[in-house]
Design a protein around this ligand. Structure first.
Ligand code: GUN
Ligand code: ZN
Length: 439
């Protein structure tokens, strides 16, 4: 049995905060501790109470005055796009065709996938992200590389081999049959190994034939517990092209609906331009709209209507994500900052408690994984991030003027990035020190 007592200021959420004053939505311990036993949180709360539960002589790490939160959760990104970030393009379809569909071909080579996987997990840990939902490339080898590295690091990751059988270079196309077979193989090789979860991953309706959509739906029926991830309603041109490929569908969302791909485990990247009918269907099926703010701004895709989706008679479940490499930062702090600015442009407010809720418990709930991650509740995985709101000279100076937790969180999201991440714990193991050792 290995135990560790991690001391610091604790913040974790109980539910979505309704306002900046909604103190009942979170718990905050100014002198708190998390007791970890064999990778799981045994107790958390005030230091005085938690120390009572620890065995004598338990090793202790003191992170005061820093903040300890559940590790960040990133609900949508692309593992093979680490070298696509920052590619100059006018819009989504140009960006995909000019850079992305070229770069992803390199992942046919297992050695390339293995090298990038090491860098990918290093970057996650550097940024305090302990769970991510990843699209791999079309090649099964890319999913193998991803999951092998995830297993090595004992991280709770969700990922899938992308299925795409049209409207992409030949080297990046599978078939309805091979996409189905390879996905089944990935599931049997990796799902449930360590903390790995496999997601059924048709890239989007443009790159899948009706036969492949059928096959994706068949997988979703065969494995109802698995997540489904894809893209929806990101860009006006994309929507028009998609609907032209499926002329019988009522709209873009209806395409996925017809193939049985909506549901509480289904994650739809972007969802910027949904009609009321589409939002109703998303809501009724419990599907999740994944907001990717840095990507939406970078590609000029549009402003995510957070309030229109969440504050309606039939609310849509929402999660936040980086969307690397359409997204421009691995940092969930940078992502929260851009999400805030998008709501500013829409004349809406996003308060700092709500933002940090999304990066932790909110995203865990969207993944139906809040019994394991996104919280400091006893019995859950000890995946933690330790944050310093005075990590840079500019932050330290501003920190002099900060007097409330809300202001501190807002400073962290406005000026913070990987420099604010003091430590990242994966199943109770301090992991930042391992960055750069492998590969
Ligand atoms: N739609 C289909 N594929 C992609 C992708 O790789 N990135 C983004 N942002 N949108 C997509
Ligand atoms: Zn994406």
């Amino acid at each position: 049995m290995t135990s560790l007592l991690i001391r610091g200021r604790l913040l974790s959420f109980k539910r979505a905060p309704l306002s900046r004053d909604d103190a009942a939505s979170y718990s905050y311990e100014p002198d708190g501790a998390v007791l970890v036993v064999d990778g799981t949180i045994r107790a958390s709360g005030s230091y005085g109470e938690v120390i009572e539960e620890a065995e004598d002589g338990v090793p202790e790490v003191d992170h005061r005055p820093h903040l300890i939160l559940p590790g960040f959760i990133d609900t949508h990104l692309h593992f093979p796009q680490m070298q696509v970030i920052g590619s100059y393009a006018a819009n989504l379809l140009e960006w995909l065709n000019t850079y992305t569909f070229i770069e992803e071909q390199r992942f046919a080579d297992p050695a390339h996938g293995a090298r990038i996987a090491v860098r990918f997990f290093d970057e996650m840990l550097r940024h305090g992200t302990t769970t991510a939902v990843a699209n791999c490339s079309v090649h099964k080898a890319s999913a193998d590389a991803f999951f092998a590295e995830s297993l090595k690091r004992n991280m709770r990751m969700i990922a899938g081999k992308v299925m795409m059988d049209r409207n992409a270079p030949e080297a990046l196309r599978d078939t309805a049959r091979s996409g189905y077979d390879d996905t089944k193989q990935v599931i049997s090789d990796w799902h449930g190994k360590g903390r790995n979860h496999v997601a059924i991953t048709p890239r989007f309706a443009i790159t899948s034939t009706p036969e492949q959509m059928e096959a994706s739906g068949a997988l979703a029926r065969e494995y109802p517990d698995l997540h489904v991830q894809t893209h929806l309603s990101e860009n006006r041109e994309e929507i028009e092209f998609t609907c032209s490929l499926y002329p019988d569908a009522k709209d873009y969302t209806d395409i996925y609906d017809r193939y049985g791909l909506l549901g509480p485990k289904s994650l739809f990247g972007h969802c910027i331009h949904l009609s009321d009918r589409e939002a109703d269907v998303m809501s009724e099926s419990g599907s999740v709209a994944v907001h990717c703010p840095t990507s939406n701004l970078f590609l000029g895709s549009g402003l995510f209507p957070l309030r229109r989706l969440t504050q309606r008679e039939k609310p849509v479940r929402v999660a936040f994500a980086t969307d690397i490499g359409g997204g421009t930062s691995y940092s969930m702090l940078r992502t929260l900052d851009e999400a805030y600015k998008i709501q500013q442009l829409l004349g809406e407010r996003l308060n700092p408690f709500e933002s940090f809720y999304f990066a932790t418990l909110g995203n865990a709930e969207a993944l139906s994984l809040s019994d394991r991650i996104g919280t400091l509740e006893p019995g859950t995985d000890a995946d933690l991030v330790v944050l310093n709101a005075a990590a840079t000279p500019a932050m330290a100076l501003k920190m002099e003027a900060v007097s409330t937790l809300s202001e501190e969180l807002f400073l962290l999201q406005t000026l913070g990035d990987d420099r604010s991440v003091v430590e990242t714990y994966v199943a109770g193991k301090a992991s930042k020190s391992t960055i750069g050792i492998a590969g």
